[in-house]
Design a protein around this ligand. Structure first.
Ligand code: FAD
Length: 364
């Protein structure tokens, strides 16, 4: 921890809005025969220490409808925050984190997200690990904020506390259990995606199946945009200064999540430290993988997988994604602001198939 008094030992870079987490820009292309149709309602605001951006295709563009939908979106996101924020002591997850090794009666939402996190952890050999909370904090990326670099002994003590195997999820029995009382969980790498899924489900229940939901850079798209085209989402070029689009993804009823370190990092003695932790070493990742984007039906799953592949790095991550049939797009830094692309075969075929999806009439 930083000593009291004296200058802060590191600088945390926080970029607002779309830049915080998602490493992407959104690009809505109006093309095709129906460009005259304009019926998208945009709803934006702050959530989970970042922002959300929702577009809903509707014929009711009245202020009353906007207010109604804003309340709906907010309720879905606030629910996730209340259950899964490590930034508020009253959240459900923080109650679990403070608790002992007795079974903890958890909400269905928390159980669903933790169960999926554990599945991604097993799939990736523990590269994804929601018990990294204490390591995230010690490296200065958690709620306590900036810290000094931990010494080796402290690091090893914390590595001993972490490990996804220490967590048991009993979805049917409605309980979570940890093997050690000091085990803490952190859902920052998966719960924003779950939030996007929740908003999308709420809009669909309202009879609004055409929408795009982005939460802190993770996107879930459903149906078509106002021009009756599939939503097109831009993956940002991973440079920390300025912004530009590297790749445009036609997103047909899918989600897209991106993980990378060029926006969210701390600088210590002039060296960039990533907020993604390799649970095997307890240290922030450091390799030449600039960003990884993953497509999946579920935004929660895409979110978790993107972080996991980011931990594994380009060789191991790409090999695993190819073997598991994960649609993934890697940007590898080869020189300053120069990148090489690698896409898994299922990514390439999904892009080709989605690109051929045109107007509503063509796909029905
Ligand atoms: P991602 O790649 O999606 O996730 C990286 C984060 O995941 C790390 O910061 C770390 O927390 C965790 N992580 C690191 N390594 C691993 C690993 N190997 N396996 C699994 N997880 C790992 N931030 C605030 O500043 N204020 C808030 O009030 C706030 N509230 C939040 C509430 C909720 C419900 C959630 C989910 C997050 C909140 N956050 C808040 C955090 C913030 O919004 C981002 O989630 C966080 O900064 C990282 O997101 P990302 O998309 O940049 O990175």
């Amino acid at each position: 921890m930083s000593p009291s008094g004296g200058p802060p030992p590191l600088r945390r870079l926080v970029i607002p809005g779309l830049f915080v987490a998602g490493l992407f820009a959104i690009s809505f292309f109006r093309q095709g025969p129906n460009t005259a149709v304009t019926s998208e309602l945009a709803i934006t605001g702050p959530t989970m220490g970042t922002t959300f951006n929702v577009k809903v295709v509707t014929n009711d563009l009245t202020e009353a409808n906007r207010e109604r939908l804003t309340l709906l979106v907010r309720a879905a996101l606030d629910g996730v925050d209340e259950h899964m924020s490590t930034y508020r002591p009253d959240s459900e997850i923080e109650q679990f984190n403070r608790g002992d090794t007795e079974p903890f009666a958890a909400s269905q939402d928390l159980l669903v997200v933790v169960a999926e996190a554990q599945r991604v952890a097993r799939l990736t050999g523990g590269a994804f690990d929601i018990t990294v909370g204490p390591l995230v904090d010690i490296w200065g990326f958690g709620p306590p904020g900036a810290t000094e670099a931990p010494d080796e002994d402290t690091l090893q003590e914390l590595v001993a506390v972490t490990g996804f195997e220490q967590l048991e999820v009993d979805v049917e029995g409605g309980a979570l259990r940890k093997a050690r009382a000091d085990c803490r969980i952190d859902l920052s790498a998966i719960a924003k995606g779950f939030g996007a899924d929740q908003v999308s489900a709420a809009l669909t229940r309202q009879g609004l199946p055409n929408h795009m939901v982005e939460v802190g850079g993770e996107v879930r798209a459903r149906g078509f945009n106002e021009s009756e085209q599939v939503w097109r989402i831009g993956i940002e070029r991973p440079i920390s200064a300025g912004r530009s689009v590297q790749f445009i993804v036609p997103l047909a009823d899918r989600s897209l999540a991106t993980s990378g370190d060029y926006r969210n990092f701390v600088e210590r003695d002039g060296v960039r430290i990533s907020h993604t932790i390799d649970p095997r070493t307890g240290r922030p990742i450091s390799h030449n993988l600039a960003s990884v984007s993953v497509m999946h039906a579920s935004c929660m799953t895409a979110d978790g997988l993107a972080t996991a592949l980011s931990v594994l790095g380009v060789d191991e991550g790409f090999e695993l994604a190819e073997r598991q049939g994960i649609p993934a797009y890697f940007l590898v830094r080869v020189a300053d602001d120069e990148f090489e692309e690698r896409q898994t075969s299922v990514w390439t075929s999904l892009i080709e198939n989605s690109s051929s999806v045109g107007t509503v009439d063509e796909v029905r």
